[in-house]
Design a protein around this ligand. Sequence first.
Ligand code: FES
Length: 361
Amino acid sequence: MDTIIMTIVVFSGISAVLAAILTISDRTVNNYGDVTLTINEDKNYTVKGGTSLLDTLRNEKIFIPSACGGKGTCGYCKVVVLEGGGPVLATEKPLLTKEELDNYTRLSCQCKVKQNIRIEIPEDLFNVKEYAVVVEKMEKLTSTIKKLTFNLGEEEINFKPGQYVQLKAPAYEGNDEEVYRAYSIASSVNDKHTLELLIGYTGGIATTYVHYHLKEGDTAYINGPYGDFYYHEGEGPIVLAGAGTGMAPLISILQYMADNNIMRDTLFFFGARTMEDLFLLDKIKAFEEKLNLKFIPALSREESPEWKGERGRVPQAIEKHIEDGSNYSAYLCGSPAMIDSIVEALVKKNVPPDKIYYDKF
Ligand code: FES
């Protein structure tokens, strides 16, 4: 018995010593100290080494899009690292094209700052700010989609119709991770103190936070604006197409057209399963009264004979409603598969590919 107790004591002691050695060596080996971060050749920051480039930039209040929250799956957080980024990791390669690799592009969430580092980012990102916002209103639009209105108080946000922001979902009971997720802005660019987002419940960390933890009156954190999907001034008819919360940037674009009396002929295709999945119909009706707009919902699973509109999917509706799209521009927001099928349908109708703008989520 004494031998067993002695063995346990000895092993426990060895384990404790090993743990202490590992902790000390981790601190020593991974203590990268202060390093210099140089951005666009002319801005220098002294930062602590040891964290990802994405987090390092965020600590300096420089916000890079990061829809997956730094997991290395969205590919949004790309920056050019000219020096000091170390080798490209296996986790980055699937999301970088050969051209990007040749241009020294990296995923900033995967690239760790360990030494002096030189990077390039678009100047626009210096305009991105983090806002503490108050949830003014939460409205249920369908069984899974909520519209959230956030009040920015004295702060102002300047964005283009179609762009998106990132909402921070903090840790909550059952989730100890803090993540950022991207949501398109549904509100008017003229309303600089308010942001409206449409957020559908998917069971993920951020949508669970929004649908089950966030309440009216709470403070939330949003950064932005981001994105190169936005309305382009021009002439000729327009196609808007989306599904689900993909309606958000299209509503912001319509609001912009209404505010600026832009009377281009516009077809708005919207894919949904049933009549219950349609929403914001009063708002769209008001746009139809003011603009040269035709709303064309296409329902894929509606069985009621009461439904007199299009049945099937958006590409079929496009096939039916567009003769020749050679002078059209198109703005699409939805899942990658849906966007791909709509682009194919538009190109078949001669819509120039370089006039098809989209936001896949
Ligand atoms: S933040 Fe999503 S891949 Fe880096």
